[in-house]
Design a protein around this ligand. Structure first.
Ligand code: SF4
Length: 75
């Protein structure tokens, strides 16, 4: 998993920083800066909360494509 931030949407509310300060930081009157775009397992729950509670839906998870090698639509 890899975290993505859409800076066209981010308005600097810093909810993400409150939820997962090890992963996100938001400078005063700035936009989110991702400190670890591939978070450790111990931070994943906090990252999920940050994504859920971001008021502008600026955060998302991108799959690296490494998790599911099986072909689609075969069964
Ligand atoms: S909570 Fe969302 S809008 Fe606020 S700083 Fe974080 S990513 Fe940006």
């Amino acid at each position: 998993m890899r975290i993505r931030a859409d800076l066209d949407l981010c308005q600097g509310h810093a909810v993400c920083q409150a939820e997962a300060p090890e992963v996100f930081t938001v400078p005063k009157r700035g936009q989110v800066v991702i400190l670890r775009d591939v978070p450790d397992a111990e931070h994943r729950a906090a990252v999920a909360d940050a994504i859920r509670y971001c008021p502008t839906r600026a955060l998302s998870i991108a799959d690296d494509g490494a998790t599911d090698p099986s072909p689609k639509g075969t069964d």
